[in-house]
Write a protein that binds this ligand. Structure first.
Ligand code: FAD
Length: 388
């Protein structure tokens, strides 16, 4: 038996014993997602057990080094772990901006002390993070951000406003882009970490078209941030920010698996006889594109793992994955007919189809818009002239 096969058997046996049956069901609503954090409220005992058991083995972040809370798996072993989770339809034990975004940036840019401190907390789901990038005048043109950190010797005093900060009202800490030099656009930004309970931090929720309110305006009024809470060098936070955005785009693209971009034909099979032939043809076409996307994702991830990834690949995946997810939900709505538009009824599970469909409209905006992704693909992959 190969080492990888032995690893698969070990993982399979562990999952059999440790993944509670309730955690082998599709995620139906927000309460099914475990975000961790200081004020975590588990939906049930199974959700708590699943997180604790995985965290104890380093399985919330299987490919991070053991000293930072991971399981030290190689890329191939981590792939086997994901495949075995998918085989039993297991939910992720922990969903976290710390895992998807901040963690990779800390692994690359953090000091040894920061890695040991923050990464272990992230792996155990103890701290919930939010992302303070966008500002009212700075979204696609992020580098124009104005939130300012004034140097006060052993700390900065931060003033300004962020917007669209996902879960800012529920997060414990923020990773935040702050201007620390007004004279230099790109080399005048620093990447700071601070507690959302710091005096001077406040949030105001904003409602989405889906009726939910997952993000906020975030205000900083003379917030004191100690100097050791900077990641990377002073005024070189843009390098950290860009690196993190690559991971964010990869995560939003769904390239690592999950049902965002998976085929839907099988799920629609029981309706197939009732569906209009044109819709059935569209479903089939979608499934072909979804399979092609998933193969492209596997290829890109493998290339990244062996150091051959093109730096603009996450932009391409983000564009393709989010447009695919929007198409997926359009088809679900079309197949569901007028009943799918129900908003509040019990029969419609609180309007889950319609709300999920409306939520996908934001997929091609969050983490960088589709137009901006296409600009990057045109410039950096296709090398077309005249693209700014
Ligand atoms: C659900 C959701 C969650 C989010 N969560 C967070 C978060 O947690 N933290 C955070 O910091 N931000 C977050 N954002 C903000 C997100 O990153 C920005 O919305 C995004 O970068 C676009 O910026 P903007 O909204 O300012 O739009 P703008 O940049 O003003 O763009 C407006 C329109 O102009 C187009 N456009 C802009 N520039 C160009 C160009 N050069 N070429 C062609 N077209 C262009 C855009 O494509 C878009 O259609 C979130 C957004 C959403 C929708």
């Amino acid at each position: 038996m190969s080492d990888l096969e032995a690893h698969r058997q070990e993982v399979r046996a562990w999952l059999e014993e440790n993944c509670p049956p309730e955690m082998r069901q599709p995620v139906r609503d927000e309460a099914d997602v475990c975000w961790g954090g200081r004020e975590v409220k588990f939906k049930n005992e199974a959700q708590r057990q699943w997180l604790e058991r995985c965290a104890a083995k380093g399985y919330t972040v299987p490919d991070w080094p053991k000293e930072y809370g991971g399981a030290g798996m190689s890329p191939a072993e981590a792939k086997v772990w994901r495949e075995e989770l998918a085989r039993i339809n297991a939910r992720p034990p922990l969903s976290s901006f710390g895992i998807w975004m901040l963690g990779p940036a800390l692994l690359k840019f953090g000091t040894e002390e920061q890695k040991r401190h923050y990464l272990n907390q992230i792996a155990r789901g103890e701290i919930r993070w939010c992302q303070g990038y966008s500002e009212p005048g700075s979204g696609s043109d992020l580098v124009s951000l104005q939130t300012f950190g004034e140097d006060k010797g052993d700390h900065w005093v931060v003033n300004g406003q962020k917007i669209w900060t996902s879960y800012a009202d529920k997060a414990d800490w923020i990773f935040c882009l702050v201007r620390t030099d007004k004279a230099n656009k790109y080399q005048g930004i620093s990447f700071l970490l601070f507690d959302m309970k710091s005096p001077g931090v406040s949030t105001k929720p904003i409602k989405l078209i889906s009726g939910n309110s997952p993000f906020c305006e975030t205000f900083f009024d003379n917030v004191e941030v100690p100097k050791d809470q900077i990641v990377g060098e002073l005024n070189r936070g843009w390098d950290v920010a860009k690196y993190l955005l690559g991971h964010e785009r990869e995560m939003i693209s769904g390239a690592g698996g999950g049902d965002r971009t998976s085929a839907i034909g099988a799920a629609m099979k029981r309706l197939a006889g009732e569906l209009d032939p044109i819709l059935r043809a569209e479903l089939a076409l979608f499934d072909v594109d979804a399979l092609a996307y998933s193969a492209m994702g596997e290829k890109f991830l493998d290339e990244v793992k062996v150091g051959k990834g093109h730096p603009a690949q996450p932009n391409m995946m983000k564009y393709a994955g989010t447009e695919l997810n929007k198409r997926r939900h359009e088809l679900v709505m079309a197949a569901g007919g007028s009943a799918a538009l129900e908003w509040d009824s019990e029969a419609s599970d609180g309007g889950s189809k319609a709300r999920n469909w409306l939520r996908t409209k934001a997929n091609s905006i969050e983490g960088g818009t589709s137009e901006v992704m296409l600009n990057v693909v045109a410039k950096r992959i296709l090398e077309l002239p005249g693209v700014s």
